[in-house]
Design a binder for this molecule. Structure first.
Ligand code: NI
Length: 161
């Protein structure tokens, strides 16, 4: 599985709901987790591997690997926090992003079972970052224009969108 990087327009598309959670999808989720581990990342969303479906995988240190299918963010904390983010699709760029500290999310797992969970800290951070990918949003979009342009200039790419 190849991870698409900034400039590939699939990263800017909106992912479609997963219609059926079957063995094929479970296989894809496993491959996404492999790609995530290989890339030493903490989260990976469908569009990042060219799959325009609402699925992402997350694996943060000290936690189990998690698969989210057709997720909805039901609630977010009013409290916002700043934390440094990077992205396998925007290699070599890290920047502080402000997001809610905690959230509640509803999704389906790879066995087709719905679940609801609460997350905070790094897990919440990664979930929100991955959810953005399903909407075609990258973490650099959440920076000020000036900061984004400076980072991208450093990266040697033209500004996207
Ligand atoms: Ni990312």
């Amino acid at each position: 599985m190849d991870i698409l990087t900034l400039g590939n327009e699939l990263l800017r598309g909106k992912a479609e709901p997963v219609a059926k959670i079957d063995d094929e999808l479970k296989q894809i989720a496993d491959e996404m987790l492999d790609a995530l581990h290989k890339g030493k990342g903490v989260g990976l969303a469908g569009p990042q591997v060219g799959l325009m479906k609402r699925i992402f995988v997350v694996h943060v240190e000290g936690d189990e690997p998690r698969i989210f299918i057709n997720p909805s963010i039901i609630a977010t904390s009013e409290e916002m926090v700043k934390y440094e983010e990077g992205c396998l699709s925007v290699p070599g760029v890290w920047a502080d992003v402000i997001r809610p500290r905690a959230l509640r999310i509803q999704a389906w797992n790879e066995r087709g079972r719905p679940f609801t969970m609460e997350a905070e800290g790094i897990l919440a951070r990664v979930i929100l970052h991955e959810y953005d990918h399903l909407e075609g949003v990258l973490f650099i979009d959440r920076l000020s224009v000036r900061k984004r342009e400076r980072l991208l200039a450093k990266m040697g790419k033209v500004r996207q969108r």
